[in-house]
Design a binder for this molecule. Structure first.
Ligand SMILES: Cc1cc2nc3c(=O)[nH]c(=O)nc-3n(C[C@H](O)[C@H](O)[C@H](O)COP(=O)(O)OP(=O)(O)OC[C@H]3O[C@@H](n4cnc5c(N)ncnc54)[C@H](O)[C@@H]3O)c2cc1C
Length: 337
């Protein structure tokens, strides 16, 4: 079985789930990585090191910026000439668009945001959570090739074998772009919760430390936000020590304690880290749907009856303003930092 794996990257920075897609492809047979862009030799080399049997590289000035028209035309042309059984993508905003557009050219269907994919003969059965994870949907696609986007961190990432050599084949870019990218500007939503292996999150509880005296002249709301900032400083210190990212509940975001880019849950990010530490978060269903796929959940909460403890593998009943710094200090010693 032959699988194309689209390696999604921005200016050479690869979306990590691309490598997870490559690992999945290898379990079905031959994995051919597709690398599009301009000046993408390093990405192609990395694809070999992550286990691609072959890398098809479309390196062309017309592909400098992602545009659906040129990328989809290039992908469709390659799929038409090489007839893969399956085309895998990491799930991103770009790949949803690219896969859909190319599927029209190839007269096939797209299965999106999969958490499992099984091969049955020459067909595939896909699994994905729907309705905020309340239901799991099983889908098959009768079109060929099957196109599927996989959810980040749902499949294992293969090991990288530095310096490995392999077959890299140049292919031509196709299509004409109708849109022009006029520029990029960085936003603070650079917080990458989706790829984080460890997330330490804070909720409304981070503002609850009456013993902290805010600077004079603050009204009640300002004092609450100030206290929350002290709480989030502890959460951030722990996250940084562990090399993780900082998450938040909606109550913390709505309270103005931290920006929306950090929100985990139904109306925030859905995450699946190896470790999720929830500090002062009650465990409302809308929060749980965003993080219950974490491998290990640790909850720190004053209220022994908080629903978060039902999801947590480890629970600490206590004041986060005492527990989080103690945990940070202990881990610093253990990690020799
Ligand atoms: C349509 C809709 C969408 C929503 N989407 C989201 C979403 O995406 N994400 C999300 O998170 N929520 C979402 N919500 C809101 C959700 O219902 C909850 O209101 C929210 O998750 C509560 O946040 P919290 O746990 O931080 O606050 P609370 O429920 O107020 O819990 C605070 C917790 O902190 C504990 N605590 C207090 N002080 C301390 C202390 N010093 N030390 C330790 N523990 C302490 C308390 O015991 C309590 O359990 C959504 C709601 C709706 C209706």
């Amino acid at each position: 079985m032959k699988t194309f794996v689209y390696i999604d990257h921005f200016k050479g920075e690869v979306q990590p789930a691309s490598w997870e897609a490559l690992g999945l492809a290898k379990t079905f047979g031959t994995a051919v990585a597709l690398v599009f862009g301009a000046g993408v030799d390093e990405v192609a080399k990395a694809a070999v090191e992550y286990g691609a049997d072959e890398v098809l590289v479309a390196d062309d000035a017309s592909l400098t910026d992602y545009r659906a028209e040129t990328y989809a035309s290039t992908l469709s042309a390659l799929a038409s000439s090489q007839s893969p059984d399956l085309i895998l993508f990491p799930t991103t905003a770009r790949t949803r668009e690219l896969a859909a557009m190319s599927a029209i050219d190839l007269n096939t269907g797209v299965l999106t945001d999969l958490t499992d994919l099984e091969a049955n003969g020459d067909s595939f059965a896909a699994t994905r959570p729907i309705y905020e994870g309340k239901l799991t949907e099983k889908t098959v696609c009768s079109g060929k090739p099957v196109m599927a986007t996989i959810r980040g961190r749902a499949f294992p990432k293969p090991n990288r074998e530095e310096g490995k050599s392999g077959t890299i084949t140049k292919v031509v870019a196709a299509g004409t772009a109708l849109s022009t990218v006029e520029g990029y500007s960085a936003s603070e939503s650079a917080v990458n919760l989706g790829d984080a292996g460890i997330i330490v999150s804070g909720g409304r509880g981070v503002s609850n430390n009456p013993s902290l005296t805010p600077p004079a002249g603050m009204d009640e709301k300002q004092a609450e936000v100030w206290r929350a900032q002290q709480g989030f400083a502890l959460v951030t210190e722990l996250a940084q020590l562990l090399g993780g990212a900082v998450g938040a509940s909606r109550a913390a975001v709505d309270g103005g304690y931290i920006t929306y880019a950090h929100q985990v849950g139904q109306t925030g990010k859905v995450v699946a880290p190896d470790l999720y530490i929830a500090c002062g978060i009650s465990g409302a269903i809308q929060h749980l749907v965003g993080m219950r796929n974490a491998k290990v959940i640790v909850a720190i909460n004053k209220d022994a009856d908080a629903p978060i403890f039902k999801q947590a593998r480890y629970g600490v009943v206590g004041d986060l303003f005492a527990i989080v710094p103690a945990l940070t200090q202990t881990l610093k010693k253990k990690l020799g930092k």
